[in-house]
Design a protein around this ligand. Structure first.
Ligand SMILES: Cc1ncc(COP(=O)(O)O)c(C=O)c1O
Length: 393
């Protein structure tokens, strides 16, 4: 039977991870994969996570199955973190998933069941797994303009013009904060305008929240989502705990749907559990329970928030230091946009030949479209990368 299979090529992020692993050079620098790194270039387990894990080892008495939707305490704690009191709990359906990717997949499956002819609108550019998952699930997709490469900022007018075309029942995928790959985020006013537009057109916002706490702050990063949730009757959410809890490999995430009323919530809650059953039955529990333990304990929560804030500020510092270093090495402020963007990623905008030269001649790995993980820079690599970029463009 296997002779019918055609090899699937890995996406550009996974491809680059493999190339980096295969590169034998000592001083190689990975700015491709989206993981946060400290000053020593490591991605340590957060202290709050270690403490929660110790607590679990000591107190957990069973690893028997939980429910199909996962641990209720985790879902409730995450509802608070994401939505605050923007909508009544009785309207929110939620189920645990394997990471944020699993959440995006389950939400798309829910959309396909509810409205198979819906078009899912994605930003141009976006995280490559968005179009890939939409295609795998078999939904239609269209792109809306998002980023102005000339200015390194949001293409506000283009975005609003394109989204004025969305149909009733169409789904508009938005990045909750720290847009991947551009780092160009929506301002509060943009969220407000979008909420009005989408409510008017009867379309459903789908907010992918993978970096809460990495942008402007834990609460501020949820501001746009909460604005939309308060104004649009149906909202889809995919959330990941991979980055802000550093739980990458533990696969903690959740799919959430805000419904029109409590009756619809009951139906959607059942569908999310049923979809979990069809795809993997029970969601991973360990990471979710770590998150619940942290969010449910005042001391652990304070430790976690302070660690998260340290990470966020380090990313901001990297951005400023890297933009300064590039100003010196290129004698221009061409890369000044790096300072204003948010989160782990920016598109460096130097073209494919320069990206290839960085990799081949300097052992510096960026995604082929120029996406760069700013959180992967350290005090010692910033001058090296800035010199190499100046030499490569
Ligand atoms: C926009 C976006 N959504 C979702 C995810 C999902 O992450 P994970 O599946 O590792 O939780 C990521 C991770 O890179 C992302 O960038």
């Amino acid at each position: 039977m296997f002779e019918t299979l055609r090899p699937q090529s890995p996406d550009k992020i996974i491809r680059l991870m493999q190339m980096f692993r295969d590169d034998p050079r000592m001083g190689k620098i990975d700015l491709g994969v989206g993981v946060w790194r400290n000053a020593a270039g490591q991605t340590p387990v957060m202290a709050a996570v270690k403490a929660a894990e110790r607590h679990l080892v000591e107190t957990q008495e069973s690893k028997s199955y939980v429910t199909l939707a996962g641990d209720a305490g985790f879902l409730e704690a995450m509802r608070g973190l994401l939505l605050g009191d923007a909508v009544p709990a009785a309207r929110v359906a939620a189920a645990g998933t394997p990471g944020g990717t699993g959440a995006v997949r389950q939400i798309l499956e829910l959309v396909r069941l509810a409205r198979p002819d819906a078009t899912v609108w994605i930003s141009e550019p976006t995280w490559p797994n968005h179009p890939a998952l939409i295609d795998t699930v078999g939904l239609r997709r269209k792109s809306y303009r998002y980023y102005d490469a000339e200015t390194g900022a949001l293409d506000r007018a283009g975005m609003m013009a394109d989204l004025a075309q969305v149909g009733p029942g169409d789904v508009v995928l938005l990045h909750g904060c720290c847009h991947n790959p551009t780092g160009a985020d929506l301002a509060r006013d943009d969220w407000r305008q979008l909420a009005t537009l989408l409510a008017e057109r009867g379309s459903v916002p789908f907010v992918d929240m993978a970096y809460q706490g990495f942008g402007a702050g834990l609460e501020q990063d949820a501001d746009g989502l909460r604005l939309i949730a308060a104004q649009v009757p149906e909202v889809l959410i995919a959330a990941s705990c991979s980055k802000n809890f550093g739980l990458y490999r533990d696969r903690a995430g959740l799919a959430m749907a805000i419904c029109r009323d409590a009756q619809a919530q009951g139906v959607v809650q059942g569908m999310l559990a049923w979809l979990n059953r069809q795809n993997f039955a029970f969601p991973p529990d360990h990471g979710a329970r770590v998150v619940q333990t942290i969010l449910g304990d005042a001391d652990l929560r304070a430790t976690w928030q302070s660690e998260l804030e340290t990470m966020r500020l380090a990313m901001d510092r990297n951005r400023a230091a890297f933009a300064d270093a590039l100003r010196q090495t290129t004698r221009s402020d061409r890369f000044g946009f790096l300072r204003d963007q948010r989160g782990m990623f920016s598109l460096i905008g130097i073209g494919a030949p320069a990206i290839a030269r960085l990799r081949e001649e300097h052992g510096i790995y960026l995604i082929e479209d120029g996406r760069m993980n700013v959180a992967g820079l350290t005090d010692s690599t910033i001058p090296v990368v800035a010199e190499a970029i100046a030499a490569s463009i």
